[in-house]
Design a protein around this ligand. Structure first.
Ligand code: OMD
Ligand code: FE2
Length: 470
């Protein structure tokens, strides 16, 4: 049996702060003092650097960590093609632009099915995406559904990007090289490019959403005139503490290797087997590490006078492009909040956006869309691609148009979210057809009933006794 130190280490202790320079040692004395790579690192460990940016990236962007581990991560035979999952379920990752469907229609999905035969990796399904991980450009939008923990002797990693996981149903207990993250519904986690991890399901099946950012890293949005606090506060992000296992087998790469490492590389899965656990990091320091965040801690800001603000005020994390203010991907939430706007149509306005908007619902209902069968429901999704017109469904519009404008709290017990991207996204075959969740009557259901409120010129003339035509 692998010897672990879980029993005497508090498994769910975290270190707080966003993009902080952190350090953690599971055995005291494991971190070299004043050195990164001494001739003989303490306790017989290997020093290994994990870079999240080019070595020469400017200081304010530079991301890297030093890992002090029992064996270096290169100690494995070459990767080969991944063996098909035992249950025949395979992840859906295909993202070549020629295989994506670019369509101007508004799309909405019924809740994606729970799956019992999959684990987190085989249960990953690419729904939509843009760009190309080989060029470190673009993003992928996923849903996942898993009924099983990943094998205790396995790890997954992606060379394609940073994965932001939105837990919708069920708990993810994520073991990473840096330590453990427990991620419950209404929490998110970010696993940076390259970090090895294993997803366990302590309380049964899980379902959720994920966004892989092929380019750059997530950061907190600028706060501008909001000031120095608000939205997602840096101190509420939590990073793991070091936690390791001692099972290092024999160093020989002899074919008797028991630990499977699955690597996602250009949206293709590769696999190798090594005799030693990948979770052998005894200590680490740096600013490139996985983290989690409880969306309940979001400090929501809104209008206290009139008009519905842009949803950018709800940005939790942003993956910036090279063009200031234009995101490869924003992660935005719609948490419970007070609406007090005077003489204001309070739900989102009708609009067409140069950005694409993929939305999901973690729990509850969204104030611009009906729930219920055929509506926007938890575990489902919608996509309003570049310039696809959308807005409240007819019922929500009429309700808000006629509502008494007293202060009300919307979204009590609910949380929708949006992955907003500057790219036109293509939908996969799985997303459009195989999943069989696309709501054929989305347009009719939502906007088929929008009424004409325009009184007509004749009535206006009658009312005012003059022509309004210029
Ligand atoms: O389309 C949506 O429902 C998301 C959204 C919400 C909002 O408050 C303003 C703009 C917007 O795109
Ligand atoms: Fe929108």
């Amino acid at each position: 049996m692998p010897v672990t130190n879980f029993d005497f280490k508090e498994k769910y202790r975290y270190q707080n702060g966003f993009a902080s320079y952190l350090e953690s040692e599971a055995v005291s004395g494991a971190l070299p003092i004043g050195h990164n790579s001494p001739q003989k690192p303490p306790l017989g460990l290997y020093a290994e650097k994990l870079s999240g940016t080019a070595f020469t990236a400017p200081r304010h962007e530079n991301k890297q960590s030093w890992l002090y581990r029992i064996l270096p991560s290169c100690s494995h035979p070459p990767f080969g093609e991944a063996t098909p999952a035992k249950n025949g379920q395979e992840p859906v990752l295909e993202q070549s632009p020629s295989k994506l469907h670019y369509i101007p229609n508004q799309l909405r999905w019924d809740p994606f099915d729970h799956e019992s035969d999959t684990d987190f990796v085989s249960g990953l399904r690419l729904v939509a995406g843009a760009g190309d991980p080989t060029l470190k450009q673009g993003l992928g939008m996923y849903v996942y559904a898993a009924g099983n923990s990943m094998d205790a002797q396995s790890a997954f990693c992606s060379a394609d990007g940073d994965l932001l996981i939105v837990a919708q149903d069920g708990v993810l207990d994520i073991r990473t090289e840096f330590g453990w993250l427990l991620v419950r519904p209404m929490e998110i986690a970010v696993i940076p490019r390259g970090v090895r991890y294993q997803v366990l399901l302590p309380s049964g099946p899980v379902r959720g959403y994920a966004l892989e950012l092929y380019q750059g890293h997530f950061q907190l949005p600028e706060l501008g005139p909001i000031g120095s606090n608000g939205l997602a506060n840096a101190r509420d992000f939590q990073a793991p503490v070091a936690c390791f296992s001692e099972d290092h087998g024999s160093i020989a790469l002899d074919g008797q290797n028991s630990y499977t490492i699955t690597a996602k590389f250009n949206n293709t899965l590769f696999e190798t087997k090594q005799p030693h656990t990948p979770f052998d990091v005894v200590a680490w320091h740096g600013n490139y590490y996985p983290y989690k965040y409880d969306l309940g801690r979001f400090n929501t800001i809104g209008s206290i006078s009139f008009d519905h603000p842009d949803p950018s005020i709800f940005t939790v994390l942003t993956g910036p492009s090279d063009h200031v203010g234009t995101a490869i991907a924003d992660f935005v939430i719609f948490p419970p909040r007070w609406l007090v706007g005077e003489d204001t149509f309070r739900p989102p306005w009708y609009h067409r956006n140069t950005m694409s908007e993929f939305m999901g619902l973690i729990t509850g209902a969204y104030d611009a869309k009906k729930g219920g069968k055929g509506g926007f429901v938890p575990g489902g999704a919608s996509l309003h691609n570049v310039m696809s017109g959308h807005g409240p469904d007819a019922t929500s519009y009429e309700g808000a148009r006629n509502a008494e404008l007293k202060p009300i709290k919307v979204g009590e017990g609910s949380c929708a979210f949006m992955f907003e991207s500057c790219f036109m996204v293509g939908v996969t075959d799985w997303g459009l057809k195989t999943c069989q969740k696309v709501q054929e009557d989305y347009n009719e259901h939502s906007w088929g009933g929008v009424k004409v409120h325009w009184k007509g010129m004749a009535a206006l003339e009658g009312e005012k006794g003059e022509k309004h035509l210029l």
